[in-house]
Design a protein around this ligand. Structure first.
Ligand code: UD1
Length: 388
């Protein structure tokens, strides 16, 4: 069906989630849309993430409704996963004729659903558009660049995203700076975050470790560039072990990382009672762990933003970031896998509390409201054009 042939009745906004970092972005959007009767929604889960602790727990914590459709694609190579989402999403568009397809972030599901939508003439809305690491070896960078090229409405979290998009030829008329929906979720749930002590106890660990004067650090690690080769994962874990001698560390282990630690026989490196390994955590548990930490060490995109919003220093275990605003204005420092830089960062935290920053413009908990308000007008205009 071509764009001009779309039916004139307004279908639902097809809201796509696939992987864990999508859930906290979609939750405030669905809440905001519910205030607009003209923006009915259809929640579609691609099934990219499927384990209970990567999925169900977060849905419950974020009060996300059960998806109306689950495509059940599961894991696979990039090609297989992307192709499977595309194959299974196409009939959804045929049957439900949504008013538009709304995608968030930069995971494979984001790009896959966007590709299906553009070829069938459905407008695409991209939330968190225009972020660039300028590192094309990152699968997410490819997903970002391509999704933005074919999106009709692009909502950005920071002002530099606008320049990135315009440089790539995106018409500025399509771009709106609205703020950060991930921070909407953080602010909405901050008061109900679970304490670090209760999270540790629930996982069978003695929370006494948290009582040390220095506090503790929280670690997440899952980027293929950090965890997929033994010659990178091994030394990185050794540095983290060194860090743990100064500051106890709590890991929330992504299944990819856990599997690779076992596969590469690296379990002995992390075998110390100063490094606590937890399974992937729920949203409220993670929020509590991060809020109570002296520092976060991470390669996650979301955590770089959350620590900046919370004012907690963050050492990002990457050479680059698509979220430079967290470095320029927030509490983030890029340290890569450089032992000296990591230890320097930790010493700074121990001596002076670490890097301080400010909360970026419009990271105020109201980004989803701005998006819903703008979308209701934008879709009404499109609708009247199709009808005319
Ligand atoms: C994906 C996203 C990444 C995001 C991350 C958050 C892409 C390209 N990557 O990476 O941007 O930061 O999610 O977690 O979309 N697995 C399970 N259970 C699950 C899901 C995955 O065990 O519920 C394991 C499987 O072995 C799978 C591996 O994790 O092969 C990787 O999962 P995948 O969805 O391909 O990528 P992530 O590394 O999670």
């Amino acid at each position: 069906m071509k764009r001009e042939e779309l039916p004139s009745s307004m279908g639902p906004v097809a809201c796509i989630v696939g992987a864990r970092p999508n859930f906290m972005k979609m939750a405030p959007l669905l809440r905001a849309f519910s205030a607009y009767p003209q923006l009915p929604t259809l929640l579609v889960h691609t099934g990219q993430h499927y384990d209970a602790d990567m999925n169900d727990k977060l849905f419950a914590d974020l009060h996300l409704p059960a998806p109306e459709i689950n495509l059940g694609v599961g894991s696979g190579s990039h090609a297989v996963q992307t192709a499977e989402v595309m194959r299974r999403f196409e009939p959804v568009l045929d049957e439900r004729t949504p008013s538009c397809v709304l995608v968030v972030g930069d995971v494979n599901s984001t790009l896959a659903c966007s590709l299906v939508a553009v070829k069938k003439g459905f407008p695409i809305v991209h939330v968190e558009a225009g972020l660039r690491s300028f590192d094309r070896a990152m699968p997410e960078e490819i997903n970002r660049v391509l999704t933005d090229q074919i999106a009709d409405r692009l909502y950005t979290t920071e002002r530099t995203a606008h320049g990135n998009l315009v440089r790539e030829g995106v018409d500025p008329i399509r771009i709106r700076f609205v703020g950060n929906v991930m921070i909407d979720s953080l602010l909405a749930h901050r008061d109900s975050a679970r304490s670090s002590e209760s999270t540790l106890s629930a996982c069978g660990f003695d929370p006494a470790l948290l009582k040390q004067a220095s506090g503790y650090g929280v670690v997440t690690l899952h980027r293929p560039s950090n965890v997929d080769q033994p010659e990178t994962l091994g030394p990185l874990l050794s540095v983290l072990r060194e860090v743990s001698e100064k500051l106890p560390l709590i890991f929330a282990l992504h299944p990819r990382t856990r599997a690779n630690i076992e596969r590469f026989e690296l379990s002995h490196v992390i075998h110390t009672d100063r490094m606590i390994m937890l399974p992937p955590q729920g949203y409220l548990e993670m929020l509590g762990l991060v809020s109570g930490a002296a520092v976060a060490l991470t390669d996650s995109g979301g955590l770089q933003e959350e620590t900046t919003a919370l004012g907690i220093p963050c050492l990002t275990l990457r050479e680059n970031t698509e979220r430079m605003i967290t470095v320029e204005q927030g509490t983030n420092t890029l340290v890569g896998r450089d032992r000296d830089a990591i230890l320097r960062g930790i010493n700074e935290v121990l001596q002076s509390g670490g890097k301080r920053g400010r909360v970026p413009e419009l990271w105020d908990g109201r980004a989803a409201e701005r998006i819903a308000s703008d979308m209701s007008q934008w879709l009404a205009q499109r609708h009247s054009r199709v009808d005319a």
